[in-house]
Design a protein around this ligand. Structure first.
Ligand code: 5AD
Ligand code: SF4
Length: 432
């Protein structure tokens, strides 16, 4: 038999891209490809791109620049571009970068094997009516006991800064029965901790189900121990979903609920359709349902028109919430979005604000992590550590935990007493 062909995939951006890359690898696997760790020994190189901020998009072109040499040395290597830059810039990528053989948008991944077999340049950035996931092969072995499952794609919120509604299109939810089947299949393959993914996951409405109903059904799946979901919009946190955080022990006490800004003026300009006060009240209700929940958020600093006072309001909101984690970004004007029409603020001011905000978040993150010392937590072992007998896992609150446990196995759920906290992880001793 001939050696299998080798596929190298580089994934940029969010967890949905990580999930999509796995599904594309499986689709190509059905066509005889195995994945490899470097571009140099690959027969096909696939860049799964992100378009959310300017820097993310630029990375594609610098990586393609580097691949020119490879293509010159081995012209039969296929170069493909997938993901959100593919969707947004489609044919232009091919014009700018003739080394690219195929461009495939996020809704057309089921066509990837066929496009890779073709001998002519291929571009597919359509939004077909069928669910691409139904057309992809069944999930194969997963990388560990934690997995992602995309349940919803696209977004109808049109935040003024965001390209997602344009690149990923309108909100589409998958069929709940198919999601349940996929989840059961993952559990059979050893998955214990499942994160439901969607750009606006709590707007899930597959076959008339809410996300809360889907989570309640998933909680009945034996062997599935933990359920999480991301990313949510505050306006889609319905009463049942909040209640589920109190009723369902399998729904983990960690919630990523981006607010972007703490200034009502900026929230309005961002078209977020809620106030800072409404967000804080929502957090109170979620904490009433699940008092130990850890919250995280995304923040944008330097949105057009942001004043010192607006930024102070964001810091006040952060102090009021006390976050366990957060991602923060300097505003980046994206072509085609309404905010890109407005004059930008001084870049140095935005940089300084970003540093101040990140320092505050780091203090909060460390404080909440240190508060775990002395507590008993559930840990799911993900892999062996570097030191002999050491296991590394994730706690219910998504903290990385190091445990000295020579008998520990990957995929095992154990109880651990937390003994120490360092900058980005906890250390503990197994108690059962
Ligand atoms: N500039 C900076 N950050 C952005 N995000 C989305 N669009 C932009 C932009 N134009 C951030 C938001 C979002 C996260 C995924 O990326 O905070 O929640
Ligand atoms: Fe973008 Fe999220 Fe706003 Fe949708 S809700 S437009 S994905 S920031």
């Amino acid at each position: 038999m001939a050696d299998p062909k080798k596929l190298f995939i580089k994934t940029y951006g969010c967890q949905m891209n990580v999930y999509d890359s796995e599904r594309m690898a499986e689709a190509m696997g059905a066509d005889g490809y195995v994945t490899t760790e470097t571009a140099e020994d690959a027969d096909m190189v696939l860049l799964n791109t992100c378009h959310i901020r300017e820097k993310a998009g630029e990375k594609l072109y610098s990586d393609l620049g580097r691949l020119k040499k490879l293509k010159a040395a081995r012209p039969d290597v296929k170069i493909g571009v997938a993901g959100c830059v593919a969707q947004a810039e489609g044919a232009e990528i091919m014009r700018r970068m003739p080394i690219v053989d195929l461009v495939v948008g996020p809704q057309s991944y089921h066509r990837l094997p066929e496009m890779a077999r073709a001998n002519t340049p291929q571009v597919d950035t359509d939004f077909p009516l069928e669910d691409k996931f139904d057309l992809l092969p069944e999930r194969k072995a997963t990388r560990g006991p934690m997995a992602f499952l995309t349940v919803q794609e696209g977004c109808d919120k049109f935040c003024a800064f965001c390209v997602v509604p344009y690149t990923r299109g309108a909100e589409v939810s998958r069929d709940p029965q198919r999601i349940l089947t996929e989840a059961r299949g993952l559990v059979e393959k050893g998955v214990r901790d499942l994160t439901l993914l969607g750009q606006n996951v709590n707007a899930f409405h597959g076959d008339g189900w809410t996300l809360a109903r889907l989570i309640r059904e998933l909680a009945k799946v034996d062997g599935l121990e933990r359920i999480r979901y991301t990313t949510s919009h505050p306006n889609d946190m319905d009463d049942d979903l909040i209640a589920a955080h109190g009723d369902l022990p399998k729904l983990m006490p960690y919630l990523h609920l981006p607010v972007q800004s703490g200034s009502d003026r900026i929230l309005k300009a961002m078209n977020r359709k809620h106030t800072a006060e409404a967000y804080l009240r929502l957090i109170e209700r979620i904490r009433a349902a699940r008092p130990d929940i850890l919250l995280s958020s995304d923040f944008i600093v330097g949105f057009p028109g942001e004043t010192d006072q607006d930024f102070e309001d964001t810091l006040s909101l952060i102090r009021a919430v006390n976050y366990g984690a957060a991602y923060s970004f300097k505003y980046s004007a994206r072509p085609g979005t309404p905010a890109a029409e407005k004059p930008e603020i001084d870049g140095a001011v935005a940089d300084a604000r970003l540093q101040t905000l990140q320092a505050l978040i780091t203090r909060q993150q460390r404080g909440l992590q240190e508060a775990m010392v002395g507590r008993e937590v559930g840990v799911l072992y993900e892999k062996a550590g570097r030191e002999a007998g050491q296991m590394i896992g994730k706690s219910d609150h998504l903290h990385a935990v190091f445990v000295n446990d020579p008998n520990g196995r990957v995929g095992e759920m154990v109880r651990v007493r937390i003994l120490a906290s360092s900058s980005n992880s906890l250390a503990g001793a197994r108690i059962s």
